[in-house]
Design a protein around this ligand. Sequence first.
Ligand code: PMP
Length: 368
Amino acid sequence: MSEASGPPTRTPLRIEPNDNLGELEGYHSPQVDVEVRLNTNESPYAPPAEWIGDVVAELERIDFHRYPDRHAVELRSALAELHGVTIDQVFCANGSNEVLQTLFLTYGGPGRRAAVFEPTYAMHGQIGHLTSTSVVVGERGADFLLDLTEVKRVVDAASPSLTFVCSPNNPTGRAEPRPVVDEVLDLVVSRAQGLVVVDEAYGQFSSWTALDLVADDRPLVVTRTYSKTWSMAGARLGYLVGPAEVVAALQQRVLPYHLDALKQRAGLAALRYSSQMEARVEALVAERERLARALHELPLETWPSDANFLLFRPIGRRGDEVWQALVDRSILVRNCGSWPRLEDCLRVTVGTPDEDDRFLATLTEVLA
Ligand code: PMP
């Protein structure tokens, strides 16, 4: 081809992807190259060095020419023991996002509805759209906690197969009080034949968990992740605790051998370091409170948090402008301005004390 002829022209493929993306195309958090990354709620700490040693040792033991244990028996047994449930009440997948997707593949789909209460974790709605489930949107109350009158209205109107309770809620931060979760469950049991999904991705940072509510005769599941407290976002591992009947239905729909052998061993090994994990959670909660107090001193609207992040809104300044000014100074937080009701809001993940000091000093300078 001669240089003058320019780039080759391609005949477009005559296949159209489906239009299940809904309104959420392009939602994802940009991965900008910066020195201080406080945008995706990961742990700021690497996993314990001993755990890395365990994983390296496992690498040598795994039969890589064989498929992994399809039912992840050892990992699920260990998680069952950790939470005082039975192995048939635990389902594991590649991050809690895959757990959520499998819930939609099992209980959602055309002609079925899922209820979400905005503003909340956008993937609940997005996976709903991807699986052709109708997503019915309710509003949170003024303080961003669930409003039971609104939950009742949505459950009555939509009879959802899946009702999402994100607790602590991303990106607003508060955990729902236990009586509210009890009440949502009662509403769903009495008015819809659906499942209540308590997304506890940030559950360990909160003072209570809905795990105690799980029972084989109750339509409630709790989802959890290794991405935050276990410092394993890079490994992609999450799980659900729920009625055995639900777990069996999920196992039937998820792809065979979806959970690779190394991940199963890595997840199992991590559970040996629970005390280090708990110490990190404690330190992050203390650091969150320090960060919250410091944000309180700045010209910001702020909200309390039971998670490892804080939501704030600059007073008298555009959120986009403050976000960009932070990026220009090599600090990345999450811009939540496009979320419903969160105009101009930003969300900062709790980092190490050094990262947080740098964030606070820079934010103070930007807001001055
Ligand atoms: N649920 C919530 C509320 C989240 O914020 C996240 C991560 N941002 C997830 C689930 C998914 O986590 P993962 O897939 O890493 O387990």
